[in-house]
Ligand binder design. Structure first.
Ligand SMILES: NC(=O)c1ccc[n+]([C@@H]2O[C@H](COP(=O)([O-])OP(=O)(O)OC[C@H]3O[C@@H](n4cnc5c(N)ncnc54)[C@H](O)[C@@H]3O)[C@@H](O)[C@H]2O)c1
Ligand SMILES: [Zn+2]
Length: 346
């Protein structure tokens, strides 16, 4: 088993088959009740002895109505301040179950059990919780840390192809912004070809990179923005795709976003063409999209400009200067942004 310490106050346990006796890792004696929140796709029978709240899957249900449903269920189940919530699922369950727990009775303890690779390497770590609102991704939420994260790689076996690969969108991003050797390793094979042991190593390194970045800046005043590479354009496309039939998964949107923001980095003379090509090839090899048919460019530009991370109406991008190095707070001329949209739309 691998362990990563986050912010000196909780641990990410990474192992194969560790969920079944997680009570050896987390002391449950102090809790009056344990409640699992999961969605319909998640094999929740592993934790059969606990009460469950099962919600409808997907980003379209990451909203305040589902939060109300969870709060109601927590009431019905007679949860009190000493109850523990276990979020068993992907990033949607983690963000939403965490938000419901962090606000119910002014805050219950919660444990994150990621069942997607994406949530293991990203969403479960760092304490950002929330829901989409008024068509904007994660507009309403809070920062609150879990009591721990149990990352059991055996849970990923049932992930469908797209959901498996999308995790590598965030994994590759970690390499691109912080560690070129890691980038080379995680792009050396197709995602499905990594062994469980290698996958554990990858999750550990990704959690470490995220931890190193967020540790000094938990509420995202500066350095934490490094992890937003690919997300300014990615979130805009992801939000707009929610109302379409074939909506993008988060990791897919981030992949297209990295292609576009990589192109901006290239056009602004920050990276070499060779590095840009390496990035595009790596995403493609991981089975991730780098192109996207933009049906309404005005809407995309509008979404980018209303990014919730904008300051005084100006959007600042995180760009890359080489594979393994990113820079926050970059202003981008309109025509460069347009060219980046042309690139992904071509
Ligand atoms: N809080 C953060 O810092 C942070 C970071 C990154 C992403 N996120 C959020 O995470 C969300 C994306 O997470 P995600 O990609 O895990 O999405 P998700 O939770 O919607 O999971 C993707 C799909 O896989 C299914 N699924 C999950 N685990 C499964 C399993 N083991 N077997 C079979 N099917 C399974 C789910 O039901 C869902 O249909 C987005 O809402 C994003 O905003 C948050
Ligand atoms: Zn992300």
């Amino acid at each position: 088993m691998e362990i990563v310490n986050i912010l000196n106050n909780y641990k990410v346990f990474i192992g194969d088959g560790i969920l079944k006796d997680f009570d050896r890792l987390i002391d449950l004696n102090m809790y009056s009740k344990v409640v699992i929140i999961a969605d319909k796709n998640i094999p929740a029978d592993i934790l059969n002895q606990y009460e469950k709240i099962i919600i409808s899957p997907g980003e379209q249900n990451k909203n305040i109505e589902t939060i109300q449903l969870i709060w109601n269920k927590l009431l019905e189940l007679k949860c009190d301040r000493k109850s523990l919530v276990i979020n068993l699922g992907g990033g949607v369950i983690g963000d939403m179950g965490g938000f419901a727990a962090a606000t119910f009775m002014r805050g219950l303890d919660f444990l994150q059990v990621p069942t997607t690779i994406l949530s293991a390497v990203d969403a479960s770590v760092g304490g950002k919780l929330g829901v989409n609102f008024a068509g904007v991704k994660n507009l309403v939420g809070t920062f609150s840390q879990p009591i721990g994260v149990i990352c059991d790689v055996s849970l990923f076996k049932t992930l469908p192809g797209r959901e498996f690969n999308e995790g590598f969108g965030e994994i590759i991003k970690h390499g691109v912004i912080a560690d070129s050797e890691y980038f080379d390793f995680v792009t050396s094979k197709n995602p499905r070809d990594f062994t469980d042991k290698e996958l554990m190593r990858i999750i550990k390194r990704s959690c470490e990179i995220k931890k190193e970045i967020i540790e000094d800046d938990i509420t995202e005043k500066g350095k934490r923005k490094l992890i937003n590479f690919g997300h300014t354009i990615g979130h805009a496309l992801e939000s707009l795709s929610l109302s379409e039939e074939n909506s993008l998964l988060h990791g897919e949107a981030v992949s297209i976003g990295m292609a576009a923001e990589g192109k901006i980095s290239l056009d602004m003379g920050k990276i070499l063409n060779e590095d840009f090509q390496r990035l595009i090839k790596a995403l493609d090899k991981a089975g991730l999209p780098v192109k996207y048919k933009i049906s309404n460019r005005e809407k995309v530009l509008g979404k980018i400009k209303s990014d919730k991370k904008s300051e005084k109406g100006i959007v600042y991008f995180t760009l890359i200067s080489e594979i393994g190095k990113a820079e926050i707070g970059q202003k981008v001329p309109d025509e460069t942004l347009e060219k980046a949209l042309d690139f992904i739309n071509s």
